[in-house]
Design a protein around this ligand. Sequence first.
Ligand SMILES: [Zn+2]
Ligand SMILES: [Zn+2]
Length: 454
Amino acid sequence: MHAELIMLGGAEEIGANSCYIELDGTGIIIDGGLHPRDRTSRAFPDVDILGERPTDALLVTHAHSDHIGGVPYVMRRLPHLRPIMTFATRDLSHIVLQNGGRLLRNDLGASFPKEWLSFYQREEIEALRYAFEALRYDEPLTLRGYSGRSDVEVTFHWSGHILGSASVSLKCRGLSILHTADVMMADQVVVPKANLPRHHVDVLITESTNAATESVPDFPSEAKRLAAFINTIAARNGSVLMPCFALGKLQEMIPLLYNLMRKGSIPHLPIYTGGIGVRINKVYDQYCYSDPMRRPGFEVSDVPQVRLRRDELLHGDYFKEPSIVLAPSGMMNQGTMSFALARQWFTKKEFGIAFIGYQDPTTPGYGLLNSEKKKPFDFGGTRCSRVCDVERFRFSGHASREHLLELATDIRPKTVVVAHGDVHACELLAAEINARLPGTRIIIPRHGASYSLR
Ligand SMILES: [Zn+2]
Ligand SMILES: [Zn+2]
């Protein structure tokens, strides 16, 4: 039988994540991401590589932009694809795609052909949503493409990353494949750890985001450090700014802060939230009984929050009384609320900024995180200096290297494919798997190259 893998994006990086797998004549694309930074032709999955190969289904593992943001593009290029995702991902998709579309239309008018950007018009995205098929966790679906010679069984498993996130297993004529996608194997605050099959599979395709990080702290120990930081700032009448990703991180941080307040670990301060995150909270709440949750029935919107208003952003009450402000974007990209607020925070020595997620080296957040008090640094193209405190915390929604290795050791695959991490992370994970499971074939796939999975 024929079994082939080609990375269309996200090889040796976290980019326009997308991979193509052909199983006996049925062509399946897993994810259609938008590159977080690159705005050249590599912004979208490279579907041109596929040539005359069969393309039948597009499985979307979750609604983060680096996995779903290129779907309108992929669907326009290959309109016959069957787009399949979980129910929650389908509900999150249009919020994320509409937001992404707005940014793309604003930023990319110059570097993209107009025709490409037309995929991201409001009406087009709204129409696309009705084409999306939803599939429940752990309920297998049988696919056979137009030129398929055998059935392919597709199953989504809860991957513990964000609401709606899934790992994917594929089975075809005795060959089994598990694609972890973005996976988290420890409990977060709202969502529980992944629930993946632990029996043998032939091919494991694994992410490696955290594989180069020596130790990834757990949520409770980071929460303690965060509480100490908030207490220091609040004691001197300052406010804390937390730049925050709108999907996943915000929904985890709101109850984390609220729990700290209820336990008396930090004072009861107003929590400000804004942007598309508030709409995403409501989707989390809709699924609070039906999807995997640590406390079924808990609603993020039940935690008291004050709305961050864009038109009054620089005059909010958080400048007058100690508060916690959760503002997008997580990396303080230019033009976002966290970017605008940070510049005010810089001037106030009582105030503090708490970074809680990854900062890409090209972003304003990275410049700020690595800056020193009263020393000039680059913040989105302007020289700034700050007197406020800055501290870094790690609340990662990705599995640690040790957890990824445990998975590999449990399922003892014949072949491991390492992706969704930088070159260093991919190589480190590959070397560790090689040490624990000698004889395993390990592939760090290159963009566009073809690999047999037999
Ligand atoms: Zn993700
Ligand atoms: Zn990702």
